[in-house]
Design a protein around this ligand. Structure first.
Ligand SMILES: [Zn+2]
Length: 197
């Protein structure tokens, strides 16, 4: 597996006819009230593979790693394309035009976080397994059975593609309690920093 942080892209400066090296930069993370998080993103229709999508995917992977996330959707970074990345520090993959084609009747309730909502964790009920379909960056159609954390991440990111925020899965009382918990955690971190731990 290549280390995405060391990966570089090459652009050709046609005027000077010189090949220049350009570092892949992470994207900016938008906050939770950005309007793009509430919009359904249309299907991606440009033929794959293509350099723009490859660059976007690399930047999404870098951004996800930078913030130690397990998933990141393009619209969380202000990019209106139907693509997200999921994975861990060591392995990430991209899902273009993702869909769920089958899912378990059995539901599992687990804590979820979101890079657009720092330090907020909410327990959400989701099917325990899914049959996921998506295109990878090479344009290959993938159909994969996912379970556990991968299934949960895929469903969370697919919600982003459809303009659904994870806080919409719970009622106002549960959300208020989760936010109170988050505020306490943030206060503790600030206090510890002030007193040098
Ligand atoms: Zn999210």
């Amino acid at each position: 597996m290549s280390d995405i942080l060391n990966e570089q892209i090459f652009t050709i400066d046609t005027e000077a006819n010189i090949q220049k090296e350009k570092k892949v930069e992470p994207l900016q993370l938008f906050n939770d009230n950005h309007p793009m998080l509430s919009k359904e993103i249309p299907e991606y229709k440009i033929p794959l593979p293509n350099p723009n999508m490859n660059l976007l995917i690399n930047r999404l992977k870098m951004t996800m790693k930078k913030y130690s996330g397990l998933g990141l959707s393009a619209n969380q970074c202000g990019v209106f394309e139907r693509v997200f990345v999921i994975g861990t520090e060591h392995f990430q993959f991209a899902c273009i035009n993702p869909k769920i084609i089958d899912q378990s009747a059995e539901m599992i309730k687990e804590y979820e976080g979101c890079l657009s909502y720092p330090a907020l964790y909410i327990k959400i009920d989701r099917p325990s397994w899914i049959m996921a379909s998506y295109y990878n960056e090479n344009g290959e159609k993938m159909e994969v059975k996912m379970e556990g954390l991968t299934a949960r991440c895929f469903q969370h990111e697919l919600d982003h593609m459809n303009g659904i925020k994870f806080v919409e899965h719970v009622g106002p009382v549960a959300l208020r309690m989760a936010k109170q918990k988050r505020d306490k955690v943030i206060k503790t971190i600030i206090r510890k920093r002030k007193h040098g731990k």
